[in-house]
Design a binder for this molecule. Structure first.
Ligand SMILES: Nc1nc2c(ncn2[C@@H]2O[C@H](COP(=O)(O)OP(=O)(O)OP(=O)(O)O)[C@@H](O)[C@H]2O)c(=O)[nH]1
Ligand SMILES: [Mg+2]
Length: 498
């Protein structure tokens, strides 16, 4: 018998019961293990992969999100491996072999990032698991992936395998943060592959885009981040990208990482540059090469300047020096705060909470059902018809799944709703964020009466669409889904008013 899970919401409880029933009917050890793992995952942290092209800044962003330098960011054996960072009591590294064998490996942390001694070439392993005591890893496991479209197809394949479902295998992660550096065909192809199937693969609900290394746009000029915000906006509106990942945020991982880990001596070095005479300072900050040159008589060694360039990038050094010079910041703490703000890391955290963590139960339930479906497809479970019918039943009964189905249908053009209503429908169903304010298209700090007013208006409108004789059958079903969403919003706001 299963242990009781009093904290389970009705959806998780139904899925847990269903996956456990399938596990008890598994016809081979592999299917049983997969289903048992799926049951475990229902109560585990959300698995979020950070993916993108080579050198997009994935590992740097992961470090910034954890607030510690963990993931190695230069070329080494470990950057070729998928690495999971899991919250745990003790720090340890486990290499998982291709045949599933797990082996604890020694690691060091001298130059900052973790260096795991794999004891063999990366190709010999499936992935690496790093357990680390960090509160930031409590609700989410971060999965660092090798760059796609890399020189080595083997490495690219590993990443695609992790992120997409194959016929007999569900996806390993629940959600993905996808880093774009610049518009590139392979970015869109990658997202499309991840988006194929409503249940197992990416949907607008489990992919968020990040325009990475935004500080480098336009030769690292001081207005780079403003320009980047416009570029991200354009990406967001690009219909191909929007369909696959509705939000694109510019996030400077390097600045974010520096913002959480800036040291006093780094601040002093920046202040030394700020104090230089104008001509000398301008010359030094002209290009990355000038900053590192050894023919200048600044009181910092090329090594010290190289360190600043690695930690902050040319933009970060320029910005910090400007802020120190004009007196906007007067200490390492001030500067760290400002860098963290400018990096937009907090915005990203907010979006992750909205898009993923608040929906994590749904995403995990989806992943678990995908496992059941995969096992059923390859005949790994007895009473297949019965279990399949239960999957359909659970998916039909949970309104969250209805929303996902409608959103997917909307984006693939199969719900038959009038074009002028599409945008609102997308928003109400949570396509751009799960919070009530986001769904209603209002600012996050709106008052309950404002929200309620908008919710009643939307409810009214969608009831009319549902009952209109001009509405087609498919569109009526879709409108009914939106009405239910609006009713849910109203119901959740009404008790807050009294
Ligand atoms: N200027 C700037 N540089 C960045 C930023 N993020 C990462 N970098 C630099 O870009 C290089 C690659 O960063 P990584 O974090 O290793 O990128 P990655 O995507 O993990 O690379 P691979 O794993 O090798 O594909 C490093 O030199 C980073 O310092 C950023 O926001 N701004
Ligand atoms: Mg990396």
């Amino acid at each position: 018998m299963n242990p009781p899970f009093p904290q389970d919401d009705p959806l998780t409880a139904a899925v847990r019961e269903l996956v456990s029933a399938a596990r008890d009917r598994a016809l081979d050890p592999n299917s049983r293990d997969q289903l048992a793992d799926a049951v475990e995952r229902l109560s585990g942290p959300l698995r979020l992969a950070i993916a993108g092209r080579v050198k997009a800044g994935k590992s740097t962003l992961l470090n910034a999100l954890v607030g510690e330098e963990l993931a190695p960011t230069d070329a080494g054996e470990c950057t070729k491996l998928v690495t999971w960072y899991i919250g745990g009591h003790a720090a340890k590294a486990t290499a998982v072999h291709k045949n599933g064998r797990r082996e604890q490996r020694p690691f060091s942390r001298e130059g900052g990032a973790l260096e795991v001694d794999l004891g063999g070439p990366a190709e010999a392993f499936d992935h690496l698991e790093v357990s680390w005591p960090s509160s930031r890893l409590r609700d989410v496991t971060l999965v660092d992936t090798p760059g796609i479209a890399s020189l080595s197809t083997e490495v690219s394949e590993r990443t695609s395998t992790l992120l997409s479902a194959e016929d007999d295998r569900p996806p390993v992660v629940d959600a993905v943060l996808y880093l774009f550096r610049h518009s590139h065909a392979s970015d869109v192809r990658f997202l499309e592959a991840f988006h194929d199937d409503e249940l197992g693969r990416g949907t607008p609900l489990n992919a968020v885009g990040v325009l990475s290394r935004p500080d480098e746009i336009g030769s690292c000029r001081l207005d780079a981040l403003t320009v980047a915000a416009r570029v991200a906006d354009r990406y967001e509106r690009d219909s191909r990208i929007h369909r696959l990942c509705p939000l694109v945020l510019p996030v400077a991982g390097l600045l974010g990482q520096a913002g959480t880990t800036l040291r006093e001596e780094e601040y002093r070095a920046l202040a030394t540059i700020a104090a230089l005479p104008d001509a000398e300072r301008n010359e030094l900050l002209l290009t990355a090469d000038r900053l590192l040159a050894d023919d200048t008589d600044v009181r910092l060694t090329p090594l010290e300047r190289g360190h600043l360039a690695d930690r902050l990038g040319l933009f970060g050094v320029r910005l910090s020096v400007t802020l120190i010079r004009d007196g906007t910041v007067g200490s390492a703490t001030d500067l760290a705060k400002r860098l963290a703000t400018d990096s937009k890391l907090e915005e990203l955290r907010g979006v992750l909470v909205r898009q993923f963590l608040e929906r994590s139960k749904l995403l995990r339930a989806r992943s678990a059902l995908a496992v059941v479906r995969a096992v059923l497809r390859r005949g790994g479970c007895a009473d297949a018809d019965l279990i399949d019918a239960r999957v359909e039943e659970v998916m039909g009964a949970a309104h969250e799944f209805v929303e996902v189905r409608l959103l997917t249908g909307l984006r693939t053009g199969t719900v038959g709703i009038a074009e002028r209503l599409e945008e609102e429908m997308d928003r109400l169903l949570g396509g751009s964020g799960h919070s009530i304010a986001r769904r209603l298209g209002l600012p996050e700090n709106s008052s309950v009466p404002q929200l309620l007013d908008a919710a009643y208006t939307a409810l009214d409108r969608w009831r009319r669409v549902e009952s209109s004789p001009l509405t087609s059958r498919e569109a009526r079903i879709a409108a009914r889904g939106v009405v239910r969403t609006c009713e849910g919003i109203v119901a959740s706001l009404v008790p807050a008013r009294v």
